[in-house]
Design a protein around this ligand. Structure first.
Ligand SMILES: Cc1cc2nc3c(=O)[nH]c(=O)nc-3n(C[C@H](O)[C@H](O)[C@H](O)COP(=O)(O)OP(=O)(O)OC[C@H]3O[C@@H](n4cnc5c(N)ncnc54)[C@H](O)[C@@H]3O)c2cc1C
Length: 422
């Protein structure tokens, strides 16, 4: 007989761990199953062999004082004193194989003449893509030369088709908190801390390949042939994985009156695309980079990478760190290293540590809100939750907002004798 758990979460990124934490705090012990050998997903602050505890963010790198759910969690975990300010450094533009000042790409007159269109299109923003909203509103040349590449750098994927209303979402700020922050060990500290909380058990190396319903429990099928059972199930994987796990075989197995996802709900997920990012994380002795002033990174206009994010916001006496986010398939590993070194003005042999990271982000499109509404209608009343970075948006705060909403739906009433005190 397979092991049975009250609540299982599939996916150990911030969405899954956040939901597990919220559930555990309500007295619902939760098992998190993660395919990789580590938790965190896109929150990953790796170190390099032989480079001490110097880390570089391979994915998410900045928390903001508008991240209310995140700040509440950090407060509960006693981590607020660890919030670390980020030194003010500026991005540069990378065009034609050279660094340029950001403002060198601005066409001020075009901007002035275009801005009224931005304001007049505000009411239609939810129905427009980033290109269709900001192109006319900032000017075609400004969009091509500066803002388009900058927006692509922000969301780490081509921004043109992305929904304009999901690019920047205004959230209330907590003024007493640092506006932008990291942590002494990088943001990767957050998933690690969540995974240690009472009521949360994490198993890594658990690659889920299917979900079925047996009339009473969810049956979770593992790639190694193993099986687990859960009374309540939460999916916190990218949308293509969620669609695969809940694929036709899962639906076919659902008797009508069970917490099944309807065809309609499944179709809503299945149509969401993914953007693949080939990230090269590198650590370079500071001495080798004397020629390179401290930088936030590069916004690339015409190269194989969309953006480079530097760790110069938290200076280290010995090393400097960089993450280059390449378009998939644009260059092989050696080509990526050559291009990164060219952008840094060094030779490959000067790099002290490096490795590739495969990041995946949802490629949201206009009309995404309708998909989410259809999915939510299908989930209502079931013991199945779905969270991730493909609901409100991709930020850490968007993930946690969705996770808390799904936890509220699954477990509306805390179990009084089991609630875990902060
Ligand atoms: C380069 C980059 C920079 C970013 N910068 C910022 C930033 O500065 N600030 C910010 O707020 N956000 C940032 N983001 C966005 C944010 O980091 C992510 O959207 C967020 O961390 C995603 O969390 P998640 O848990 O939803 O998904 P993920 O982190 O993708 O986690 C999903 C997890 O599910 C696991 N999984 C997948 N399939 C299976 C399976 N079959 N079985 C079991 N487990 C499975 C995966 O291994 C993964 O660990 C950035 C993202 C990237 C890539």
């Amino acid at each position: 007989m397979s092991e049975r758990f009250e609540h299982i979460v599939i996916g150990g990124g911030i969405s899954g761990l956040g939901l597990a934490y919220y559930a555990a705090r309500r007295g619902v012990p939760t098992l998190v199953l993660e395919a990789q050998g580590r938790v965190g997903g896109c929150l990953h602050s790796p170190t390099f062999p032989g480079c001490g505890d110097f880390w570089v963010e391979a994915g998410g790198h900045t928390g903001f004082n508008s991240y209310g759910h995140l700040l509440d969690i950090l407060g509960d975990l006693g981590m607020m004193p660890r919030l670390t300010p980020k030194a003010k450094v500026s991005y540069a533009l990378w065009r034609g194989g050279q660094r340029h000042r950001i403002l060198s790409a601005l066409h001020p007159l075009e901007l002035l003449l275009s801005l009224p269109r931005l304001f007049s299109a505000r009411a239609r923003k939810a129905s427009l893509s980033v290109r269709d909203y900001y192109g006319p509103g900032l000017g075609a040349k400004n969009y091509r030369d500066l803002f388009g590449p900058a927006f692509s750098a922000v969301i780490c994927q081509p921004a043109d088709e992305y929904p304009a209303d999901l690019l920047f979402r205004r959230k209330p700020r907590r003024k007493e908190v640092l506006r932008a922050f990291t942590l002494p060990g990088g943001l990767g500290e957050i998933p690690l801390a969540l995974a240690r909380q009472p009521g949360v058990e994490v198993r890594t190396g658990q690659d889920l390949v299917g979900v079925q319903w047996d009339g009473k429990d969810f049956r979770l099928l593992l790639a190694d042939g193993g099986e687990l059972r859960a009374g309540t199930l939460s999916l916190a994987t990218p949308p293509d994985v969620a669609a695969r796990l809940l694929g036709p075989q899962a639906l076919a197995a659902h008797p009508p009156a069970v917490p099944a996802l309807t065809q309609e709900g499944l179709a809503a997920i299945a149509g969401i695309g993914m953007s693949e990012v080939e990230t090269l994380v590198a650590c370079v002795p500071a001495m080798a980079l004397g020629h390179l002033p401290p930088t936030a990174g590069l916004i690339a206009v015409d190269d194989a990478f969309n953006a480079m994010v530097a760790r110069d916001y938290l200076a280290d006496p010995a090393y400097r760190g960089f993450s280059f986010h390449f378009r998939p398939g644009a260059l092989d590993a050696a080509g990526q290293m050559d291009r990164a070194c060219a952008a840094l003005g060094i030779e490959p042999h000067q790099v002290a540590g490096q490795f590739p990271v495969h990041n995946r982000l949802p490629a949201l499109r206009v009309g995404h809100g309708d998909r989410v509404a259809r999915l939510d209608a299908a989930l209502a009343g079931t013991r199945l939750a779905i969270t991730g970075n493909w609901f409100q948006g991709v930020s850490i705060e968007d993930c946690l907002t969705r996770s808390q909403e799904e936890c509220d739906r699954l477990f509306p009433t805390p179990t009084p004798d089991k609630v875990v005190a902060p």
